[in-house]
Design a protein around this ligand. Structure first.
Ligand code: HEM
Ligand SMILES: N[C@@H](CC(=O)c1ccccc1NC=O)C(=O)O
Length: 289
């Protein structure tokens, strides 16, 4: 290793400072930053199809969203497994991270909103029928959060690997299913229809499940970890609703009420999605408390 003691009189030029700090400069034999992060693959994956300069924003906005969604899925999977094993503290850590990522994705809309309708109209003809509707990771997140819908498997039928990923999320118990099973294991009266069921079916709201959550919320000190779980779920759905809202508002300001490239009515479809309630009893109990 080089002697880091500066020689008397060595001027503190930027080059000398780097040498004196002892920074590693030769990576012909060592793993570098770009090697570790596979940056050549990630930074080589932006291929605009139009001549418009704004397409780079559009591509990077989606690619970064997909990277964050990958982490959301990783953490959600971990949280679901932890709840199934009665390990609540690690589940809380993972759920808190998911909510912070969703908040980050909510703020990411500010960057995309710098793209005007005129700018987007130069890109849109190059998108064909591709659409976020076909995002496999997004669909896995919706399924992991319990918004099950068999029709959403179809856009992946042509790609066995992605289909397998989406199907696994479709067939597995959701985060909320596992939370309700936990209520049952803790001795709260939860109907069998909600602890063992065909997980591919959409969740059906239950008065008994609401009663179980009410028991928790009426005596938090007695059920502190379940109470915390309820509030983590609330944070998560709150953040997810904000994401949906920013999406539909950005879409309206950019394409108005045009049909989507994915074939839906566009804003009309996305507005219907604003009515989805992921954890219904968690919201209803607030009225009945
Ligand atoms: C100018 C930007 C955008 C426009 C105009 C737009 C437009 C639309 C439209 C019209 C739909 C409905 C499906 C269709 O018929 O195409 C849709 C769905 C979707 N978009 Fe976007 N979008 C934009 C940006 C984004 C971004 C940045 C993401 C982040 C990944 C995204 C993710 C999605 C997802 C996941 C869906 C499916 C939603 C669902 O099924 O509930 N979109 N988008
Ligand atoms: N559905 C959008 C197109 C779109 O936004 C899009 C196209 C390709 C890849 C990602 C997209 N983002 C979200 O839907 C539209 O109708 O203009």
């Amino acid at each position: 290793m080089a002697d880091r003691t500066p020689e008397a009189g060595t001027p503190a030029t930027p080059e000398n400072v780097v040498r004196q700090e002892g920074a590693q400069l030769d990576f012909s034999r060592d793993m570098s930053y770009a090697d570790y992060l596979h940056l050549d693959e990630i930074l080589g994956a932006q291929h605009p199809r139009s001549p418009d300069a704004n397409e780079m924003l559009f591509i990077i906005q989606h690619q970064t969203s997909e990277l964050w969604m990958k982490l959301v899925l990783h953490e959600l999977g971990g949280a679901i497994a932890a709840i199934a094993q009665d390990a609540l503290p690690p589940a809380f850590k993972m759920l808190a991270r998911v909510s912070r990522i969703l908040e980050q994705l909510v703020h990411a809309w500010d960057v995309l909103a710098t793209m005007t309708p005129s700018e987007y109209s130069a890109i849109r003809p190059y998108l064909g029928h591709s659409s976020g509707f076909q995002s496999a990771q997004y669909r896995c997140i919706e399924f992991a959060l319990g918004n099950k819908n068999a029709a959403m498997l179809q856009p992946h039928a042509h790609h066995p690997q992605r289909l397998a990923l989406v199907r696994r999320a479709y067939e597995s118990p959701s985060l909320y299913d596992e939370a309700i099973r936990l209520l049952g294991r803790r001795g709260l009266p939860v109907p069998a229809s909600h602890t063992a069921r065909d997980w591919t079916q959409p969740y059906v709201e239950s008065a008994e499940v609401e009663q179980a959550w009410l028991t928790v919320y009426r005596d938090p000190r007695q059920h502190w970890d379940l109470y915390q779980l309820g509030e983590e779920l609330t944070d998560l759905e709150d953040a997810f609703r904000l994401w949906r809202f920013r999406h539909v508002t950005t879409v309206e300001r950019v394409i108005g009420f045009k049909r989507g490239t994915g074939g839906t009515g566009g804003v009309s479809y996305l507005r219907k999605m604003l009515d989805v309630v992921l954890f219904p009893e968690i919201w209803r109990l607030r009225t009945d408390l």
